[in-house]
Design a protein around this ligand. Structure first.
Ligand SMILES: [Fe+2]
Ligand SMILES: [Fe+2]
Length: 241
């Protein structure tokens, strides 16, 4: 469903009760990109990624299609960058019951200072029930980038909110696909070098794979459905190659 005709911002349910909000951006010289946020619409709704600050009105409009914005309880994100949490304070103002949700490093290094309210900092493996959904946090320092990086897994739907992993370029991609996303994302990685060169990549990808995800909620490009464990393993091989 398109929620803003001008920007093309759209919303699709990619797992039971989990909505992908996506805004496409096209570049003057050709090509494009998408900025996605994921809304887990349980009893205690969680928005994962705020979108860049300048996109706040578009993302707010899209969230409001699914649930009242002021009902949001958690504003979560993978790591500190504009597209992940640039609109954090705008969300905290729009949803008075909400608090930031992030890993312990992001809380300590940035969010206690940057955010208008103190965060709930999750430890590696810590579980957070959301009413109808349950997430747990996995630390993933420097994968693909950011000391503070980590991801959420929604357990009932086996959805890995995988942030910048499997980033695909392009503005006109399907919301959810079961076709190859590794090829396009590896092409993007070669071009943009957005992965750190951590020696722990395989260990961290093995940790993510152990959750056996069947949906990968990518922040840029299509979400993906399939054997996530196998795909994460193939990414580890590709990074090592
Ligand atoms: Fe990032
Ligand atoms: Fe991102």
């Amino acid at each position: 469903m398109i929620t803003n005709k001008q920007s093309g911002t759209n919303v699709h349910e990619i797992s039971d009760g989990i909505y992908r909000i996506s805004t496409p951006v096209t570049f003057p010289g050709g090509g494009g990109f998408t900025f996605n946020q994921y809304l887990i619409a349980g009893g205690e709704p969680l928005l994962f990624h705020t979108g860049p600050r300048k996109m706040f009105p578009l993302v707010r409009e899209a969230v409001a299609i699914v649930l009242p914005v002021e009902n949001l309880r958690y504003i979560g994100f993978s790591h500190v960058e504009a597209d992940e949490c640039g609109a954090l304070n705008e969300w905290l103002a729009a949803a008075p019951q909400s608090i930031p949700l992030c890993g312990a490093v992001a809380a300590m290094v940035s969010i206690e200072d940057l955010a208008d309210r103190s965060p709930r900092a999750l430890a590696d493996g810590e579980v957070l029930p959301l009413g109808g959904h349950t997430v747990h946090w996995l630390d993933a320092p420097h994968l693909p980038h950011g000391w503070d990086c980590g991801f959420l897994v929604e357990e009932r739907t086996a959805t890995l909110l995988c942030g910048d992993l499997f980033t695909q370029g392009g503005a006109d991609l399907p919301p959810l696909t079961d076709s190859d996303i590794l090829g396009p994302s590896e092409e993007f990685r070669q071009r943009m070098d957005y992965f750190s060169h951590t020696v722990n990549a395989r260990m961290l990808l093995d940790k993510l794979a152990a959750t056996d995800p069947t949906t990968l909620a990518c922040m840029h490009g299509s979400a993906w459905r399939g054997n996530g464990k196998a795909l994460l393993g193939t990414l580890a091989d590709s990074l090592a190659g």
